[in-house]
Design a protein around this ligand. Sequence first.
Ligand code: NAP
Length: 483
Amino acid sequence: MEYSGPTSLYIDGDWVDAASDATIETLDPATEEPYATVARAGESDVDAAVEAASKAAERGSEWRTMGPSERGELLHAMADAIEERKDEITLVESHDNGKTPFEAGMEVQMVIDTFRYYAGWTDKVTGDYNPVPGKRVNYTTREPLGVTGHIVPWNYPFQLAGRSLAPALACGNTAVLKPSSQTPLSALYYGLAAEEAGLPDGVVNIVPGSGSEAGSALASHSDVEHVTFTGSTEIGKRVMADAAENVTGVTLELGGKGPNVVFPDADLDAAAKGVHYGIFMNAGQMCWAGSRLLVHEDVADELVEKIVQRAESTPLGSGIDDDGRMGPVVSESHQADVLEYISIGADEGATVACGGGRPEDKEDGYFVEPTVLTDVTNDMTVAREEIFGPVLSVIEFEDQAEAIEIANDSPYGLLAGIWTDGLSRAHQVADALDYGMVSVNEYPVTFPQTPFGGTKQSGHGREQGEEAVREFTQAKNINLNIH
Ligand code: NAP
């Protein structure tokens, strides 16, 4: 499919070229061919976007004075506009990122659901009445923050933008969105949706550009009140430091090294399916990938055999190949990084049970075979570092205590999976895991209604659900002396 979507920056309700006229050329990772060229924002474009967002966020502005139900209707209208273009956005995402249309379609649907969910929140952001001594009336309201920045990675470009954009808008904030320069296309469709829905100019602004220039300019901007950053832990720390210069609040959604813990009483067929899905979906390029399989020694051989069978029968393909169930990774350099991790694993003593290289039948595209590494111990590089590709590291354990110890022995704490038929065991282990999210007998799973985020180096703050409403509003206390 030829790209026919927007190619300009979206600032203050207008589609504009970058001040420098610079552009970004994107590649289709499945064909290695150029796919589209879009404007590339620099620092002055980010300044213009923040200025427009600041104006739109002012007290007395159309957006700030709009009734909450009307704002909810506009969010519903954005969801409608996205839904009308669902097939187009799905294919664009598939070509831009390499994921299969099935996976891209799930992303777009999640965004539609998220906008509808937060459309329902706009008139439910209530405050509190506070019982205080004396003749006083004391109450707390929740106000919008103002301009919010959204910096998004390339692995789920459309969904991760919508995940923070929807609650930010629902709470009455304005937004400047910077997608990854590797996958800038789908984010621009939020500009079309905002236009079609009739949002006031400046409420949504979109500035594709490089992280070091546009991203850093946004994170360090003194008029931005909050930054939602989704990406690597390394860059997340830098964004936090940039934001700290202006005491700007941050929500950080960073890396992971998720354990899927399989006990001997689990349904092994269901576990094999879930573990396979949890590491090979999106070619393993997921913050919450279940990249460590912790399996009880009594069932390890049987489970690994089932997973290997599934891995070896996964058809590789892309947006132009209807049969594909796993796409390429996003770029040549990322493919090289993933293959390097596999070879480090083998050097450190892991056994390559399946996969391990580029598929022989794919001449083009940055494909990596679904790979299972056995004989892994939790101190090996492949068990500690986020590979962000289709590579599963299998670690055996003897008992529940050891499983918990290994699962928690990680710098990360995003999502953990538990596979068991024992109700008590499920609760005991869920309680003992130092993770922001735990899922039993299903992996991975999240909903717009449920909080998303991690502990330790997986991040700070939570997205989705009511938690995001708290992140995107600030408390204001008002005291009335009525003596
Ligand atoms: P990344 O390199 O950290 O980039 C993320 C975003 O930050 C991109 O838009 C990037 O722009 C921008 N950026 C780069 N340098 C910046 C800087 N100095 N200041 C401000 N912004 C900057 O991450 P990635 O490689 O795209 O994504 C993979 C990582 O994201 C993985 O670690 C994964 O676990 C994590 N992730 C986390 C979640 C979650 O919810 N916890 C979800 C998805 C992904 P450019 O790309 O244009 O340079």
